[in-house]
Write a protein that binds this ligand. Sequence first.
Ligand code: NAP
Length: 291
Amino acid sequence: MTGDEGPMKGKVVVITGGNAGIGKEAAVGLARVGATVVITSRNPERGQAALDDVRERSGSTDVSVMDLDLASFASIRRFAADFLDRSDRLDVLLNNAGGILSARTETEEGFESTFGINHLGHFLLTQLLLDRLESNPGGARVVNVSSVAHKGARKGLDFDDLQSRHRYAAMNVYSKSKLANIYFTRELARRVGEGVTANALHPGYVRSEFGRSGDLSWLFAFGNRLGSPFAISSEKGARTSIYLASSPEVEGVTGGYFYKCAPASISAAAQDDATARRLWDASEQLVASAG
Ligand SMILES: NC(=O)c1ccc[n+]([C@@H]2O[C@H](COP(=O)([O-])OP(=O)(O)OC[C@H]3O[C@@H](n4cnc5c(N)ncnc54)[C@H](OP(=O)(O)O)[C@@H]3O)[C@@H](O)[C@H]2O)c1
């Protein structure tokens, strides 16, 4: 099958962080089945290289790249405005970009970067694109790439220190951001109009560019290298993203969490819908406070 005749023909998919790892493989897979794919990148050279690669491997020319830095609300707003201007439909928003950072840094608006990029940036992006998703003929899907690492945040989120000013431990902060992805998914599923679904996923332990040098402390990086023989390829890691973005099997399914293209269990903390609502309200306030 070529992209010209695939089941996603005519559907528009936006993939954040589509210039590397799991996001790039999701772009290849979705372009192969006919989707019009927009990958985003915060770095123009990496974006162009990924675009060439995705086009070549998918055999589709219906792929483009747009600038988006999730650590900057100005960049998110610019991207959303450009995208809405350029495309009158959005079928799938795949919130995939993310990372783990060894040292505490801040986004342009002064939010802790892991929380800012992995959760808050995607929260704002989704809000800005929501009307287009809700008005899409035939419905639309939001797919959020979370992680089994959310289970590491056993005590849930610390609302007194969402910006991790008092204590910063990379893995713990990352786990909380991935827990936030699940809260966001469940609350979004509850709030959006009929026709839009929201699901989260764990891609597996994937040999991507995740945690590449500079992003991780030496100890974590060492552990990551030791574990890498057991890791799966980014192509395999992208399968659940592609499934949730395109499969008729999950038509109308919402608020779920998936692994290996099947529903999977989430932590007790992640099932706390009152906290999901609290995070939504806090996120709205943080976005508003940044002007
Ligand atoms: N790898 C795993 O084992 C694993 C397991 C569970 C969950 N995940 C999740 O899977 C998702 C994809 O990760 P991956 O494994 O594919 O890692 P990756 O190869 O490092 O790709 C991450 C992508 O996110 C982008 N990104 C990072 N910060 C950004 C920012 N400020 N603005 C815009 N884009 C940004 C990166 O762009 P640059 O190229 O510019 O850095 C890259 O395109 C993440 O959400 C991660 O938490 C991964």
